[in-house]
Design a protein around this ligand. Structure first.
Ligand code: NAD
Length: 416
């Protein structure tokens, strides 16, 4: 099953649970636009290399297309189509006036110098041209990209406009650096949102975060922020992993200290205050909360059997395959779905876009307060929807998201 087939199977299940209008099902089952660009870039050694980039615009019924840009070797059409569809559900679930999109370039960023990455990013933005725009389609960071790439994208897009119109296009991307118009709190937003969501879930199920234990897969933006904020809330991290390997310590690993080590060395490997562990030991970490925050399909039929946690809180997009999710649920393990748990990122991206539009700068307290309001409300709605329809958390999150899009489609109809 490729990732788009996996997304489709989740969509079918939710559509059946809510008896989604078959016409709306047909509209949402494929993206509105699939843009593939092949673009040349000058390499440091004087050669020219052609890269393939994608931008998939799934749906814009509720507002401009919105979604991240991924730089990774796994990027292909099926992956980006799935990620774009999940963005539509996520924006709708969070009640933000945006749709869903995703993009990426098939490459391993570690294989290129900073200068090459800058030229790749700029040339990709140029190739996308007016297929993106602050009122049309707004990219953001994802795996392998961050504020640096977003600032390059913004700057390239701006130069395509007359000097007098440039500032109005600043909101073409979100997740920018603060200096270039980013929002305070965007760096930690996805991890922060995940913890706000989990706090509500814990309260509803009588679970106490202070004194609890957790482990994290992927110690990048989402994983490392979720870990630091969980630890600040009184929970202890017992293991962490990334592309360099997995480490564990039954006495606990300091999440802030590990983030410093990763910033310095590029990975968790070699962290002196923990031991290297193998995959089975990592997935079998005796902690109550597991936060997969790396790539998709890591919790699958092979790895699920090791998991002893009570909660799997999805920081990554699509980390749990449908068959593994069923087995986890059969074992009483709660899977808090990606489109809810990791929606803090798109929510603060939306706040950044609003601030750019009205030339305002919100302080961190305001960003966190507004994010918390949105996360708490969405999580409570999902818990109510689960009870109302007697469905699992993912299906509940999706039926809520889909019912809003369905209602908007009904109001507007189809032209002509
Ligand atoms: P990132 O590039 O900052 O971090 C990715 C991490 O995954 C890195 O630590 C990397 O080493 C690790 N990783 C890669 N391959 C691995 C493997 N085989 N095993 C274990 N770890 C591995 O990316 P990110 O922005 O933190 O994104 C992580 C996930 O969260 C993705 O699924 C992304 O789509 C999702 N997400 C990100 C955001 C955001 O705001 N950045 C928002 C919502 C969802």
């Amino acid at each position: 099953m490729n990732l788009f087939e996996m997304a489709t199977s989740q969509f079918k299940k939710a559509a059946a649970a809510m008896k989604l209008d078959p016409s709306v099902y047909a509209v949402l089952s494929e993206p509105q636009n699939e843009i593939v660009v092949n673009f040349p870039v000058n390499m440091d050694d004087g050669s020219i290399k052609v890269f393939r980039g994608y931008r998939i615009q799934h749906n814009n019924t509720n507002g401009p297309y919105k979604g991240g840009i991924r730089f990774h070797l796994s990027v292909d059409l099926a992956e980006v189509k799935a990620l774009a569809q999940w963005m539509t559900w996520k924006s709708s679930l969070m009640g933000i006036p945006m749709g869903g999109a995703k993009g990426g370039v098939t490459l391993n960023p570690r294989d290129y110098s900073e200068g090459e990455l800058r030229r790749i990013t700029r040339r990709f933005t140029y190739a996308l041209g007016n297929n993106i725009g602050p009122e049309y389609d707004i990219p953001a960071p994802d795996v392998g990209t961050g504020p640096r790439e977003m600032v390059w994208m913004m700057d390239t897009y701006m130069t395509m406009y007359n000097a007098s119109d440039r500032n109005a296009t600043r909101g073409v991307v979100t997740g920018k650096s603060i200096l270039s118009g980013g929002s305070l709190g965007r760096d930690k937003a996805t991890g922060q949102g995940l913890v706000f969501c989990f706090e509500v879930w814990a309260k509803h199920t009588g679970f106490k975060i202070p004194g609890s234990t957790f482990f994290v897969q992927g110690y990048g933006n989402v994983g490392s922020w979720a870990a630091r904020i969980m630890q600040d809330g009184g929970s202890k991290m017992l293991a962490a992993s990334d592309h360099t390997g997995a480490i564990g310590n039954p006495e606990g690993i300091d999440a802030h200290d590990l983030a410093k080590h990763v910033a310095k060395t590029g990975g968790v490997k070699g962290y002196a205050k923990a031991k290297e562990i193998d995959d089975a030991t990592f997935y079998g970490t005796p902690a109550e909360v597991f936060i997969p925050a790396a790539l998709e399909c890591t919790v699958n039929i092979e790895t699920e059997k090791y998991i002893k946690a009570k909660y799997v809180v999805e920081g990554a997009n699509g980390p749990t395959t449908p068959d593994a999710e069923k087995r986890l649920m059969d074992r009483g393990i709660v899977v808090i779905p990606d489109i809810l748990a990791n929606s803090g990122g798109v929510t603060v991206s939306y706040f950044e876009w609003v601030q750019n539009k009205i030339s305002e700068v919100w302080d961190l307290d305001q960003v966190d307060r507004e994010l918390k309001k949105k996360m708490v409300s969405a999580t409570e709605h999902v818990i109510e929807e689960m009870k109302k329809r007697n469905v699992d958390p993912r299906t509940a999150a999706m039926t809520l998201a889909l019912s809003r899009i369905e209602a908007a489609h009904r109001e507007r109809g189809i032209f002509p």
